[in-house]
Design a protein. Structure first.
Length: 131
C-alpha cells in the first residue's frame, strides 16, 4: 500500500451521486391503513422516484408483498417501452427481503443488475445497477 499522500483519492458518495443524478431512481415501501368490512387493514404501497425530476410512480399496492408480486412489479418498471425505470441505470433501495429476493433473480428479466456496496452513512441502504 502506498503512503497516504500518494494514494489515489476515492470518490465520495456525494460526488458519485451527483455525477449519476440523471440516471438515479429510488424504491421503497410505505404503509396505508384502510377501514374495511373486516376492520382495519394495512396495505403496503410500493413506490419509485426518479431523483432528477422528483417524479414519483406508485408501482403497486398489496397487503403483504411476496416474490411473485415483486417480480411482476420489476417487470413493469423495467419494461423497455413504457417502464418507469426506462433510462435509469441505478436503483437505490433498502435491504428488505422483498427487494433482495427479486433483485437476486432480476437478471433473468430484460435487464441484469449488479449490486454495489452500501454507503457508510446509511448501512441499510443498497444500490443496484440496471444494465
Amino acid at each position: 500500500m502506498d503512503p497516504a499522500p500518494d494514494r489515489q483519492k476515492r470518490t465520495t458518495w456525494k460526488e458519485s451521486l451527483r455525477t449519476r443524478w440523471d440516471v438515479l431512481a429510488a424504491a421503497d415501501f410505505s404503509s396505508v391503513e384502510v377501514w374495511t368490512a373486516l376492520g382495519l387493514v394495512r396495505y403496503r404501497v410500493s413506490f419509485v422516484i426518479r431523483l432528477a425530476t422528483r417524479e414519483v410512480h406508485i408501482a403497486g399496492i398489496i397487503r403483504e408483498p411476496h416474490g411473485r408480486w415483486m417480480k411482476q412489479m420489476a417487470r413493469n418498471l423495467t419494461d423497455g417501452l413504457d417502464g418507469f425505470l426506462s433510462g435509469c441505470r441505478y436503483l437505490i433501495h433498502h435491504r428488505a427481503s422483498v427487494f433482495s429476493s427479486i433483485l437476486g433473480r432480476q437478471s433473468q428479466l430484460s435487464r441484469s443488475i449488479l449490486r454495489l456496496s452500501s454507503c457508510r452513512a446509511a448501512p441499510g441502504c443498497g444500490m443496484v445497477l440496471l444494465v
